[in-house]
Design a protein around this ligand. Structure first.
Ligand code: ADP
Ligand code: MG
Length: 363
């Protein structure tokens, strides 16, 4: 278990509601506390190490880790923010999308907490959390903005009219970008998670060594899938390329393969996203998700945004990966926009569409 806690300030400013957010959609147990748009605590316990030998997240292991870590993570967050449960104005929790068993742990914890302290509960969308978290770092988002979210589970271009009004412009039709990194690392014999290792190998390699395919960029795809992504063909192309060389007894430069694969991913992510900004006439772009830590993605996106006159915002890496503060800030924004709480009758929804920012109260 890897534990981290980030505290930005220990004095609680008087602005906005005091909201506690719980995240458990994948392999991070996160509890964050915000006052309005001010981050007070962000405690995260990641089970990533426990999944390493399986080469990917194992849902049962993730769920068990959430059960074990929920209360200690909650206690760490409260201590870091120096607040008492009774001071909270509301609780927010990731209701979806994510792994069912993992989500269920966070939702059950949040319902218990909300009932115990008699404060409203908001069941919120994980993807919107990745967008809203930037408010903690850079203040209000220009409206509208686009967001590129890239992680192990998601790859989306979103239009954000405000944090409570989000719609999907494009998504992956198969693997997520981070998933492609993890799968390619595995076939190259590199450890999990593959993103950071491929990123490091790529810096030593030649990104022009091999021209791997760019998914959904052909003429015909531009009509139906202009802003969508596909990474499974790329993964197969890398696998075939490596297999053929190895079969012929040729030496394979892992660094060159990593650099060329990474270039194909980052080229297509950045080209389509900047095209979406231009086409929709939106001058502000937010980058989020675990893959936002990628050095080449950041470099190429900065370059292309600059050329297109698009302002690029990127929260610091600790806020880009899954955490509870991003869920807390969605809660605080929902309260600011007068949204009704979700009650405690809702269930986790693994396939929650991005357009549903918070669940409506049920009878
Ligand atoms: P999730 O929990 O939905 O998988 P996270 O936001 O926790 O998503 O991000 C984890 C993903 O990010 C993994 O797939 C990992 O390989 C990828 N990742 C992390 N750092 C990098 C990097 N430097 N380059 C590319 N991918 C990265
Ligand atoms: Mg994760």
């Amino acid at each position: 278990m890897t534990e981290t806690t980030t505290t930005v300030t220990t004095t609680i400013p008087g602005d906005g509601p005091l909201v506690l957010g719980i995240e458990s959609s994948c392999d991070e147990t996160g509890v964050g506390i915000v006052r309005g748009n001010t981050l007070l605590a962000n405690a995260v316990a990641s089970s990533v190490d426990e999944h390493a030998r399986f080469g990917g997240v194992v849902p049962e292991i993730a769920s068990r880790a959430h059960l074990e870590e929920m209360v200690p993570t909650l206690e760490r967050a409260l201590a870091e923010a120096d607040v008492d449960l009774t001071q909270l104005d509301a609780v927010a929790v990731t209701a979806g999308p994510g792994l069912m068993g993992a989500l269920a742990v966070g939702v059950a914890a949040a319902k218990a907490l909300s009932s115990a302290i008699g404060k409203p509960l908001y069941g919120v969308n994980h993807l919107v959390g990745h967008v809203a978290v930037d408010l903690l770092e850079h203040g209000p988002l220009p409206e509208p903005s686009l967001a590129l979210l890239v992680s192990g589970g998601h790859t989306n271009i979103l239009r954000v009219d405000n944090v409570t009004a989000v719609s999907e412009i494009g998504t992956t039709i198969d693997d997520a970008a981070g998933e492609a990194y993890d799968k390619v690392a595995r076939l190259l014999g590199l450890p999990y998670p593959g993103g950071p290792v491929i990123d490091a190998a790529a810096r030593r390699g030649d990104r022009d060594a091999i021209r791997f395919p760019r998914g959904l960029t052909g003429e015909r795809d531009r009509e139906r899938h202009r802003f969508d992504f596909s990474f499974s063909g790329l993964k197969t192309a890398v696998s075939r390329w490596v297999e053929l060389r190895r079969r012929d007894g040729e030496e394979v430069s892992v660094d060159d393969v990593a650099a060329s694969f990474q270039e194909a991913v980052c080229d297509v992510l950045t080209a389509k996203t900047v095209d979406a900004c231009r086409t929709l006439g939106v001058g502000s772009l937010l980058l989020g998700g675990g893959v936002a830590a990628n050095s080449r993605l950041r470099e190429l996106l900065e370059e292309r945004c600059l050329a297109a006159g698009v302002e690029l915002r990127r929260p610091r890496p600790a806020l880009c990966t899954d955490n509870g503060a991003m869920i807390a800030v969605v809660g605080s924004e929902l309260i600011r926009h007068g949204a009704a709480p979700s009650g405690i009758a809702f269930g986790a929804d693994p396939g929650l569409p991005v357009g549903v920012v918070s669940l409506p109260a049920q009878e």
